[in-house]
Ligand binder design. Sequence first.
Ligand SMILES: Cc1cc2nc3c(=O)[nH]c(=O)nc-3n(C[C@H](O)[C@H](O)[C@H](O)COP(=O)(O)OP(=O)(O)OC[C@H]3O[C@@H](n4cnc5c(N)ncnc54)[C@H](O)[C@@H]3O)c2cc1C
Length: 491
Amino acid sequence: MTDQYDVIVVGAGNAALCAALSAAETKKKILVLERAPEEESGGNSRFTAGLFRVAYDGVDDLKKVMPDLTREEIERTDFGTYTADQFLDDMARVTEFRCDPDLTEILVKRSLPTVTWMREKGVRFTAAWGRQAFNIGGRFKFWGGLTVEAVGGGPGLVEGLTQIARKTGIEIWYGARALSLIFDDAGVHGVRVRHEGKTKEIKGKSVVLAAGGFQANPEMRARYLGPGWELAKVRGTRFNTGDVIRMALDIGAAPVGNWSGCHAVAWDRNAPEFGDLAVGDGFQKHSYPWAVYINAQGRRFVDEGADFRNYTYAKYGRVILNQPQQFAWQIFDAKVKAQLRDEYKIRQVTKVTANTLEELVQKLDDVDAEAALKELKAYNAAVRQDIPFNPNVKDGRCTQGLAIPKSNWANTLDTPPFEAYAVTCGITFTFGGLRVNTDAQVISTDGEPIPGLFAAGELVGGIFYFNYPGGTGLTNGAVFGRIAGASAAQH
Ligand SMILES: Cc1cc2nc3c(=O)[nH]c(=O)nc-3n(C[C@H](O)[C@H](O)[C@H](O)COP(=O)(O)OP(=O)(O)OC[C@H]3O[C@@H](n4cnc5c(N)ncnc54)[C@H](O)[C@@H]3O)c2cc1C
């Protein structure tokens, strides 16, 4: 047994570090347990682009988060607004009205105040010009409600939070894997942990669990997400294997949410089994709204232009996983090349090019070339060329008469060179998890809070179902991490 801590936080990603900083506002002895070694610490949060979805009514709100915005930057940017109502609508729509209304309201209403709180702690943010804005006639226009990103992306975010935590006097143990909770009839009193080759019992007045989902565990993926999910690649950390969810379930915590659902995207077909911090999110291939998708049978299988990328990318990984041999090719022509995101330019990319469609289909590995050529020609013939192409709005430039339509941004493939990129399914995080109340207390299967146990971030269920509005994972971790830390400190 070690000394007693006021609050023990399990995990050292965004949710955990926000919880620790929040707890440290009123309590002194805070311990963070991180399973990964220091060089791989920070969980999925470190793999992100650092984008935070925040509700704001105009640039004055954004200046609270980004006080460094210059007058010139403000003048050349149309930030628009992304109101709380829009954020709530987006959550309701993409989750098919399943998201927990109380937790969602907190997520939305506290998004701006929480990110402002992080800024006040010393985390730095900037506008996501490179990712979420189009330059129209020299002026940047933001779209899709996603405006704020951490300086330095995910690595910058984790580095910033870790440094602030250290300066605040928070203790962090790396290579410290939580194994089980110390629990009796009165509640949770600490954590059993494997640290430096030894199993230790650490006493704490309260415990915050913020150790991610189970996406890095192929056995749990197959068990809960369904057959075939063990074949997906993991986009982020290899350490989120669901054992902390399991350890809470073992003491009677209630599972909730979309246990068969997850966030999964188009990811390079030849990417490694787990994320690679040197590449970060570069294996993702998110410009498919300007592309045509073809599977192994040479067939289109999804509406590439159903909605803005932000609202489809997280559910299309599953669609790709369900294709024969779990892969697909994204095909572009030269007209949209300038619009391809940066991740298409990385060295570690599975790409072929050709000057004719006939030549291109021959180069698509594992694809029925004849069927593909027929499909691409049928697609070209179906494009409503009378409707102008406009990437900034859902332009309604669609196909007509195809069994699988393309609803927006349908361009003919007619201008060489043609490019094609091979993708498979990359899983980001799982949606099912622990039930919490609005104070981030973990709820038991009997419906009561488990004394001394709190949770935040990816391992909480009930917030995301089926799909997810981009940039909400970090906001979710920060908002509920902050609440969990404060509640745990009060316990
Ligand atoms: C490539 C990629 C890009 C993304 N981009 C974005 C984005 O731009 N914006 C956005 O909002 N979201 C993004 N996401 C999603 C986002 O990463 C997550 O929603 C969010 O980071 C989850 O934060 P968390 O703190 O809950 O979990 P994590 O950051 O994953 O932290 C969990 C921590 O728990 C530790 N842990 C696990 N098991 C144990 C154990 N037994 N004992 C001790 N510690 C343990 C892990 O090592 C890790 O440090 C992205 C994800 C990926 C993979």
